[in-house]
Design a protein around this ligand. Structure first.
Ligand SMILES: NC(=O)c1ccc[n+]([C@@H]2O[C@H](COP(=O)([O-])OP(=O)(O)OC[C@H]3O[C@@H](n4cnc5c(N)ncnc54)[C@H](O)[C@@H]3O)[C@@H](O)[C@H]2O)c1
Length: 346
């Protein structure tokens, strides 16, 4: 392998999130789109013609015929493991949108299929790469907070009924899950990535307004293994528009809140001891056009560096599995009314 090695990406699922992938790949020298696929012919055709690449309505056919080293899976969440496993068996590296799966067994099947085929598995967690979140991670890693007492993440967003009605998989238990599994899964991930591991969780969920199987609203209380406590508050019913997507950490020697609508702004940053990073706070704020943010480009840069042997994965399959386990713990607690210890029992 040389550091100028280039990789071709074939992508499956040309829905809402696909634009972020196409735009991100176009910005990364060393990556290019080689084919696209969607079962809805019109979507595949539009994407293929816009990008000037072959388009397919059969995923299996694309895997057989399109030259590529990487497959990106952007289909409904419940299909990620099956699509990722097919790609791995075709000897392709897999970039999988979040959540990597909606059951632990199928997440493990995907991880093992990639191990067996000796290909890399990347799970998209682009919010970790938001500049304010990166500053927060560095503050944690440097121990600037001292002992952590309390952490909170709050996702007060709006998803009208029309959003759920756009696609039949949305809000179903078989293919999606609710506010925790889909919209807020990045925020659950940040809690475990920054403050975890989590020792136990107790949660309540509710479907208060949307006609979906899964929850549109939920709250969870966490005990971290460090002894710190945490809370997660999530709703898709905020009137009339997205209000907040934040994470707050309170420690012995520091308090920080990253807020905005999608962890894009430092809203509070105060530490007992100064650090060179403090000068970077102002410049780290971003103003994304959607809550998806700008992180996909950075994510693909990491994918390329890993495949060139120059870096470790920002989030690999085992990293992606941790937040899935926490979300499933939240669901188990909401269902049983009991506190659920982690890791979950098989
Ligand atoms: N990283 C993020 O911030 C982010 C944001 C939005 C969505 N997502 C994730 O991306 C995935 C897709 O979400 P979306 O909002 O783009 O959904 P979407 O419904 O808009 O798009 C999914 C597409 O997959 C296609 N599809 C379904 N089954 C297929 C199959 N067997 N073969 C080929 N194509 C198939 C559908 O026709 C549709 O066009 C979900 O898992 C979601 O959680 C991630």
């Amino acid at each position: 392998m040389t550091s100028s090695q280039a990789f071709r990406v074939a992508l499956v699922g040309c829905g809402r999130i696909s634009r972020n992938h196409f735009d991100a790949i176009a910005k990364v020298d060393g990556l290019s789109v080689s084919a696209v696929c969607d079962v809805v012919g019109q979507r595949a055709k539009e994407a293929g013609e816009k990008l000037g690449v072959p388009w397919f309505t059969s995923y299996e056919t694309m895997l057989r015929e399109a030259p590529c080293e990487i497959v990106t899976v952007m289909t409904p969440s419940g299909l990620h493991p099956a699509h990722g496993i097919l790609a791995a068996r075709a000897a392709k590296h897999v970039v999988c949108e979040k959540p990597m799966a909606i059951t632990l067994a199928s997440a493990d099947d995907l991880v093992h299929a990639c191990d067996d085929a000796n290909v890399k598995l990347f799970v998209v967690k682009q919010n970790r790469l938001n500049p304010p979140v990166q500053l927060l991670k560095r503050a944690m890693d440097k121990g600037r907070f001292g002992k952590i007492y309390l952490a909170n993440t709050t996702v007060r967003w709006t998803r009208p009924q029309e959003y759920y009605d756009q696609a039949p998989w949305r809000g179903t238990w078989e293919f999606d899950g609710g506010a925790f599994m889909n919209q807020a899964s990045h925020y659950v991930d940040l809690m475990q990535w920054l403050v975890g591991p989590v020792e136990s969780v107790i949660a309540k969920t509710a479907t208060l307004a949307r006609k979906i199987e899964a929850e549109d609203t939920g709250v969870a209380v966490l005990r971290f293994r460090s002894g710190a406590l945490g809370t997660i508050e999530v709703t898709m019913l905020t009137y009339p528009k997205n209000l907040e997507g934040s994470i707050t950490i309170l420690g012995e020697k520091g308090t920080a809140k990253i807020g905005g609508t999608a962890v894009n702004k430092v809203e509070h940053w105060e530490f007992a001891d100064a650090d060179a990073d403090d000068a970077l706070v102002e410049a780290s704020n971003t103003n994304p056009t959607s809550v998806y943010g700008f992180g996909h480009e950075g994510y693909y840069r990491n994918v390329l560096s890993v495949l060139r042997g120059e870096a470790v994965a920002d989030t690999d399959g085992r990293g992606g599995r941790k937040s899935l386990e926490l979300i499933l713990g939240i669901y188990q607690s909401a269902r049983t009314g009991r506190e659920v210890p982690l890791p979950l029992k098989a």
